[in-house]
Every structure is written in structure tokens, then in C-alpha cells.
Write a protein that binds this ligand. Structure first.
Ligand code: R5P
Length: 318
């Protein structure tokens, strides 16, 4: 790190330029000027087209599909900023997908969440800014300071304003209970849990018991992310079988590979899906039942606070 001069500089990878633009709108600045492209031999190249010497640089790149390409691009952008003598570099990764590979829970498997953290630091990242990691402990994979923002207050506010009759907040698996409990606390609603089991490494999900009272209630399923939608689909079916009225689905990250968005949205058991824009949702995946709230003001405010050395934690009072 070098001394920092001037205001923040936001550079955008190609994963989600729309989000970078909204973050810059919040900050009242233009996106930093950079060329990011691939040569014909498939090698990624980056040229930062403005002076970043001693500047506070924020590089925005969620690990959206194609995930590995976007990670490589991010590493190369960090390297370019580092070699251009940036004062400080913050890797802004609104969605950190490899956080799901966070432990050796079977023989001979990697801990890729740690590997990518090491790579970001080796490239030159001085800080890491992210949103709703799969598990909070993933912060410990980084030696540099981590700021983990959460979309949960924003999502719970959205549902509170709906004034649903007899709401119940539901965790779609045991691993997400703490998140759902906090959400339920804010909603002043009871909590229920769906017991989920995965049947291998291939995304298939089996739902077992519903723990808690859901009969006659409007259920809000809350999770960190929706990927294939298998978890939410199985949980929504389980809830309806147990007498739930409307089932709403909410998550910080809507990953939705392939046809997942349409398949989930068209389930009659689900009334609405609410996500944020940490991951881009291309036009062909839009659906009248999918509502996208923007995370940009929260990230923009965190960037302001990091830049000025003010508390980020104060954004999330208990
Ligand atoms: C993992 O346990 C996460 O909290 C989510 O439940 C999971 O990533 C959702 O994946 P899918 O939508 O593919 O079931």
C-alpha cells in the first residue's frame, strides 16, 4: 500500500458493468477508464487508461458466469492496478461463488474458496468487499481486511412493507437457520425450518421435514443464494404440502444457471422471487414473478466509508 491521494476510483470488470455503473451513480463519479478484452489466443488483457498512482482503487467483479474467466480477469485487473502503483486496491466481489467450496467434507476435495482468496491477495488486493458470503467463516480465508455486507435488512424491509397476514420466515435448510432467524427477528415473525438433504455433488435436493408452524401462513423462504433453484423448489413444495398459503422466495444472490430462473418462477407453488443484482440477470431470464432490488447503494455507501475510514459495521446496527 502507498499513501492515498484523491477520491475513490472504481474500475469495472466485464462481469456486471450495469452494477458498476449504478455504484458510480451513487458515488457521483464516472467508471474508471480501462480496456478489458481478450486477444484472439484467448488471453485476457487489461490496460488502465487513467493514472491510478496513489489512488484508492475499487475493482468490481462478481463471480458470475463464466466464473473462472471472470476470476482470471479480476486477478489481471488487480495486477495492472498494483503495477500502476495504486495506493490501495479493494477487490469488490458482490457475489463470491467459490465460498460454497469451503471445507474438506469429503476425501480428496479442494477448498477453492481459500484458493481464490490467496490468488486475490497474491495479485495485489489490499482489501476484500463482498455481500452475504455462503458462510461467515469464509472471511477467515483472507489475511487482508474483509467487509461483508448483507442484503438481509433490505430484503426484510421489502417484505415488511408488504404487510403480509400471518407471515412465517422459513430457512430452506439447516445451514441457513441463523440468517433466517435474524430475518424473522426483523420481520417480527415466527421461524420455521425445512430439513434439506443433498444426494451427492450434482445439485439434487431432497426435502424431509418441515419444522415449525406453517399451516395457513404466508411463508418467506430466505437463503444466501438461489443457484439451480432446487433447494427453493423442494422447500416451496414442502411448505405447500404442509398448508402454507403464499410462498415467497428471497435471496441475496440469484445465480440461475440455464433455465433455472424460468423453471422456478413458473412453479405454481411460488408467488414471487425477490433477489438483488449482485449477479446480472440477463433479459432472457426476466420473469414477471422475479423482482430485483439493487445492492448498488449499499456497496456505494460501503466504498464511501472505506475510503474515508468510517465504520462499515455502523450500516448494520443490531
Ligand atoms: C447452500 O447450501 C446455499 O445456502 C443454497 O441453499 C444453495 O446454494 C442453493 O442452491 P440450489 O438453488 O442449486 O439448490
Amino acid at each position: 500500500m502507498y499513501p492515498i491521494n484523491g477520491g475513490p476510483v472504481v474500475l469495472s470488470g466485464t462481469a456486471h458493468e450495469g452494477l458498476s455503473q449504478k455504484i458510480c451513480n451513487y458515488l457521483g463519479i464516472d467508471i474508471g477508464n480501462a480496456d478489458v478484452f481478450k486477444f484472439s489466443n484467448d488471453n485476457t488483457f487489461v490496460k488502465i487508461l487513467e493514472n491510478v498512482r496513489a489512488r484508492d482503487v475499487f475493482i468490481v467483479q462478481p463471480t458470475a458466469e463464466p466464473v473462472n474467466d471472470h476470476i482470471m480477469e479480476m486477478l489481471i485487473m488487480i495486477d495492472a492496478a498494483h503495477r500502476a502503483s495504486a495506493g490501495r486496491i479493494t477487490a469488490v466481489v458482490p457475489y463470491y461463488s467459490y465460498a460454497r467450496t469451503d471445507k474438506k467434507d469429503q476425501p480428496r476435495v479442494p477448498i477453492t474458496g481459500r484458493l481464490i482468496a490467496d490468488l486475490l491477495e497474491t495479485a495485489g488486493a489490499d482489501r476484500f468487499l463482498t455481500v452475504d458470503l455462503h458462510a461467515g467463516q469464509v472471511q477467515g480465508f483472507f489475511k487482508v481486511p474483509v467487509d461483508e455486507l448483507t442484503a438481509m435488512p433490505m430484503l426484510s424491509k421489502f417484505f415488511k412493507e408488504k404487510e403480509l397476514e400471518a407471515p412465517v420466515v422459513v430457512s430452506p435448510d439447516i445451514g441457513s437457520v441463523k440468517r433466517a432467524r435474524d430475518f424473522a427477528h426483523f420481520m417480527e415473525a415466527p421461524l420455521a425450518i425445512v430439513e434439506k438433504r443433498r444426494t451427492g455433488n450434482n445439485d439434487s435436493v431432497e426435502t424431509h421435514n418441515v419444522i415449525g408452524e406453517v399451516d395457513g401462513r404466508n411463508a418467506i423462504l430466505i437463503d444466501d443464494e438461489i443457484a439451480t433453484g432446487g433447494t427453493m423448489a423442494a422447500a416451496a413444495q414442502g411448505l405447500r404440502e404442509n398448508g402454507a398459503r403464499d410462498v415467497f422466495v428471497a435471496a441475496a444472490h440469484g445465480v440461475f444457471p440455464g433455465e433455472a430462473a424460468t423453471n422456478l418462477a413458473e412453479m405454481p407453488e411460488i408467488s414471487e422471487i425477490v433477489i438483488t443484482d449482485t449477479v446480472p440477470l440477463p433479459k432472457h431470464k426476466h420473469h414477471e414473478k422475479i423482482r430485483v432490488l439493487s445492492i448498488a447503494p449499499l456497496i456505494g455507501e460501503a466504498i464511501t466509508r472505506i475510503h474515508h475510514g468510517r465504520s462499515v459495521g455502523a450500516l448494520f446496527p443490531d
